[in-house]
Design a binder for this molecule. Structure first.
Ligand code: S3P
Length: 196
């Protein structure tokens, strides 16, 4: 598979993109291990993400993400789901690309938010107006857009997204061969002689 030296597949995208469910399905399809940076952080801190935000604030959580990224350097051939804010700082997507192929699970913001609200607690959305969330999304989009591949998840279920990611990874691993040049015509209309 194309990508960084370590051959991981790294999923990025806004909250509600389906990184966890798609990552799990994709790992199964590829016969790889599945890792989530949020799980690494939860395990280290011994409490769920919303409690980390409440007790220690967002800067502390971001520092834990920095540490998680450093630990990802040990991973080989895994499927890795990242938290929605993890790739959104300068140099971070490039650091992830050094670990493997970065895949953006994109989607319409309305669809992402609908999913995010259905699945779990998101301290980054709590108490925010629609305008504030749109601004957050807009500030993050340029980072996600640096990914090697992207799949629009808006109208797809996790199985379908995993299948699309799988296809895109296969195509990237075996890029189409360039077509041979057209035979050159000689001044008399015959083929081939002008190339000599
Ligand atoms: C965050 C997204 C969450 C989690 C934390 C912060 C963010 O992960 O890392 O609540 O800043 O967007 P998901 O993207 O899996 O919801």
């Amino acid at each position: 598979m194309a990508g960084g030296m370590s051959d991981n597949v790294i999923l990025v995208g806004f909250m509600g993109a389906g990184k966890s469910s798609v990552g799990r399905l994709l790992a199964r399809r590829l016969g790889r291990c599945f890792v989530e940076t949020d799980d690494m952080i939860t395990a280290k801190e011994g409490r769920p993400i919303p409690e980390i935000f409440t007790a220690k604030g967002e800067p502390h959580f971001r520092a834990l993400e920095d540490e998680a990224v450093r630990l990802l350097a040990l991973k080989r051939g895994d499927v890795i789901a990242t938290g929605g804010g993890l790739p959104c700082q300068d140099g971070r997507v490039e650091a992830l690309q050094a670990l493997g192929t970065v895949v953006w699970l994109s989607g319409d913001l309305a669809a992402l938010l609908e999913r995010a609200r259905r699945t779990g607690d998101r301290p980054m959305l709590d108490g925010k107006t629609r305008e504030e969330i749109e601004a957050l999304y807009k500030s993050r989009e340029p980072y996600y857009a640096k990914a090697d591949l992207s799949v629009d998840t808006t109208r797809l279920n996790p199985d379908q997204v995993a299948a699309e990611v799988w296809k895109a990874l296969q195509a990237r691993a075996r890029p189409p061969q360039p077509r041979p040049p057209h035979p050159t015509l000689s001044p008399t209309g015959g083929e081939g002689s002008a190339s000599r």
